[in-house]
Design a binder for this molecule. Structure first.
Ligand SMILES: Cc1cc2nc3c(=O)[nH]c(=O)nc-3n(C[C@H](O)[C@H](O)[C@H](O)COP(=O)(O)OP(=O)(O)OC[C@H]3O[C@@H](n4cnc5c(N)ncnc54)[C@H](O)[C@@H]3O)c2cc1C
Length: 307
């Protein structure tokens, strides 16, 4: 009996799969399989699943995989897919509550519908609330943790906790727990409450529209990608540096530095291997370092084993 059979656990209502291709679950549409992949039915089900999992099992929470590269050899552990069973956002005592698996743009639209302002930027972040919290995602002057009131987390033993915003250290594309478990290794997000100001729905919707139009004009959205590959170095833009080094169009296998936005790597015709993308990331970094002395740091998360 292999590990996945052993994981046909008691009383679960979600879906457990073995050897699940992660290319189906990440926006780059590339990469290897997860040894096991669980899509929980709801929070209680996730808690029951985690309680029955061996303590040493490597765990990776994945939202919409819009900031994630899984190497071609795959992830030798269990992936928890948060998006499938996520419920709609709700208004709770004047605040927006959203489960971690809810798509961030849905939170932006929900807030606008309720005349709450400040979440518009989330319309431009094509991941989940969990991914936005983990990455402190942001754009157009907004950042996720600026609008978070509290977060709901779960740990390896399936214990759910409400944590105040002050329990987290956050910065540019960064979030960690102060003095708590290791976020992403022992503890994960399952929901968040957003504190938004009273606004006007029509104004918010106009802002969302404007923001999405800017994105369509500047980003290669018709090809699989993972948004900005590198973090912006202090006082500069990774895209500007990459372009100044003449690296637009640099390609390997099916992966290519976008001609439209130099900080994007696109998967042409879905033919890229994760190794092509990772090679390009390394090559861009090395060439930018050589010519400008700036060491770019990846924003995308890279996990798993080489093929
Ligand atoms: C076209 C495009 C445009 C983008 N524009 C922006 C932008 O403007 N600003 C920006 O900040 N980002 C941007 N991104 C990147 C990406 O959308 C964000 O980082 C997003 O928040 C990731 O969410 P996700 O659910 O897809 O996370 P995933 O890619 O699934 O995961 C990313 C990381 O978060 C962790 N994670 C996911 N869910 C949880 C959870 N519940 N608990 C704990 N950890 C978790 C994962 O383990 C992983 O380490 C863009 C991406 C694309 C494809």
């Amino acid at each position: 009996m292999d590990m996945t059979d052993a994981l046909r656990l008691e009383g679960l209502r979600g879906e457990l799969k073995a050897n699940e291709p992660m290319a189906r679950h990440v926006s780059w549409r590339a990469g290897g399989p997860a040894a096991r992949c669980y899509a929980p039915a709801d929070l209680d089900d996730l808690s029951a699943f985690l309680r029955q999992l061996p303590a040493a099992e490597p765990l990776l929470f994945v939202g919409l995989g819009s900031n994630l590269l899984v190497r071609d050899g795959g992830f030798a552990g269990t992936v928890v897919l948060t998006h499938a069973a996520a419920r709609h956002p709700e208004l709770v005592a004047g605040r927006v509550y959203a489960e971690a698996g809810v798509a961030s743009p849905k939170v932006a639209r929900f807030a606008a519908r309720h005349d709450l302002a400040g979440a518009e930027f989330l319309a431009g972040v094509p991941g989940t609330v969990g991914g936005a919290l983990a990455m402190n995602a942001g754009c157009y002057g907004g950042e996720t943790w600026e609008i978070v009131w509290r977060a709901l987390t779960i740990d390896r033993r399936g214990q759910v906790r409400t944590r105040a915003r002050e329990e987290f250290e956050t910065g540019y594309r960064h979030c960690s727990l102060i003095g708590g478990g290791r976020l992403g290794a022992d503890e994960w997000f399952v929901g968040a409450w957003f504190d938004l100001r009273k606004g006007d729905g029509a104004t918010s919707r106009a802002r969302i529209k404007e923001l999405l139009e800017k994105r369509i004009a500047s980003q290669p959205l018709s090809l699989p990608n993972a948004g900005s590959v590198f973090r912006n170095p202090p006082g500069d833009h990774a895209a500007r540096l990459i372009e100044s080094c003449g690296l637009k169009g640099l390609a390997r296998g099916g992966a290519r530095v976008s001609e439209k936005h130099a900080n994007f790597i696109v998967n042409q015709k879905g033919a890229a291997r994760a190794s092509d993308i990772e090679w390009l990331i390394g090559e861009v970094r090395a060439r930018v370092l050589e010519r400008t002395a700036v060491a770019l740091q990846p924003e995308v998360r890279i996990v798993g084993d080489a093929a």
